[in-house]
Design a protein around this ligand. Structure first.
Ligand code: WQD
Length: 344
């Protein structure tokens, strides 16, 4: 019998790509989402890509413990991948209570339901933001976490700690935290991708929206950083590569291969890319010119961060495979497809 994975927040950007990879790897998936930050576009795309019209979908809010318990009563769940969370850094500074309430209580409810339903494997979507401004690069999982600079980042740290403490206390509960670097791109089918609401905060959606004419000009935040070209360095990880890492992690949990009951893995490429390099690569691979200007630094940005992904390479058997060129061409194909749909 195939194992079943619950994907909370499964209709969103990362969740939809993960759902595709899980199904293609032979897992049964239940998608649950409150649709607070997405519409059904990606879930419909997932059904098309996988050819599966029958993927169970539950519209629910994970802050409602009764609803989470009902979900666990209704399905035998072998593993949960928890994405259901708010993720806008700036908004979290303006509305910390909203962020702490939502991000912590939804995760606590998942753990509570998992615990009372006989234990479960829980994969938490964490972030490289927990490393803050690192003293040594690249960062390994043993690099120290720094005080979070936003409530959003703090919820990631707190949820990691909640997971660590819970697996220690409750037999049958196992946990993995994946620390994502900068997930970008879209599925090569252009059927699923990022759908930011309003003005995008993240670099790549801003680039693609500028290229399509939705935004007038990209501001590159800071060209006076102590890097080669003066712009920040990040580790941009292709969304399909990132999604595949979840399949490897789930397999490790379900096959009983974990060496500790709580494990952490960096999910990145190990290659630093500057903002300017990303912009010029986007122009080159997609044969276009982007309207951009240099602007002052953005508050809270770190100069440079990239992963040492050795642990994930060795223990999960996962490696980032797609080139930044492929990723940026997929991101552009997705933006163009969105524009076509808007005109249909
Ligand atoms: C990347 C680089 C910007 C927009 C954040 C979260 C992190 C994670 C991913 C989230 C920076 C520059 C950006 C623009 C720019 N998880 N930039 N012009 O800040 O590295 O990470 O997103 O859900 O937790 O903190 O990503 O894409 O915002 O920025 O110059 O219009 O691009 O200054 O150097 P970041 P980003």
């Amino acid at each position: 019998m195939s194992k079943r994975v619950l994907v909370s927040g499964g209709a969103g950007f990362i969740g939809s790509h993960v759902t595709v990879e899980l199904i293609q790897a032979g897992y049964e998936v239940v998608v649950a989402d409150d649709m607070s930050n997405c519409d059904l576009t990606c879930f419909e795309g997932v059904k098309k890509i996988t050819g599966r019209e029958d993927i169970p979908f539950v519209k629910m809010n994970f802050c409602d413990l009764d609803a989470v318990n009902r979900l666990f009563d209704g399905y035998r769940i072998d593993a949960v991948i928890h994405f259901a969370a708010f993720k806008a850094v700036g908004e979290s500074v303006a509305e910390p209570i909203k962020y702490y309430t939502n991000n912590l209580s939804s995760f606590l409810n998942v753990l509570e339901a998992a615990r009372t339903h006989g234990g479960c494997n829980v994969l938490f979507s964490s972030s490289a933001t927990v490393y803050g401004e690192p003293e040594k690069l690249p960062v390994t999982e043993a690099s120290p976490r720094q005080s979070a600079t936003s409530p959003y980042g703090n919820t990631k740290q707190i949820c990691e700690d909640i997971l660590r403490d819970s697996v220690k206390a409750y037999p049958g509960l196992k946990g993995i935290a994946l620390r994502y670097f900068n997930p970008i791109g879209a599925h090569p089918s252009a059927l699923i991708g990022e759908l930011p609401r309003g003005v995008p905060n993240n670099l790549v959606p801003f680039i693609t929206q500028t290229a399509i004419g939705k935004r007038e000009c990209l501001s590159i935040f800071g060209n006076d950083y102590p890097t080669e070209d003066g712009t920040c360095l990040r580790d941009y990880i292709d969304i399909v590569d990132l999604a595949k890492a979840h399949v490897y992690a789930v397999r490790r949990m379900l096959d009983g291969k974990m060496e500790q009951d709580y494990e952490i893995f960096n999910i990145g490429t190990g290659r630093p890319v500057s903002v300017l390099e990303l912009v010029t690569t986007f122009e080159k691979v997609n044969h276009l010119k982007l309207n951009y200007k240099f602007a002052p630094r953005r508050a809270g940005d770190v100069t440079a961060i990239w992963a040492d992904p050795t642990l994930a390479n060795q223990k999960l058997g996962w490696k980032a495979e797609r080139t930044v060129e492929e990723t940026l061409s997929a991101a552009w194909a997705w933006e163009k497809r969105l524009a076509e749909r808007a005109h249909e």
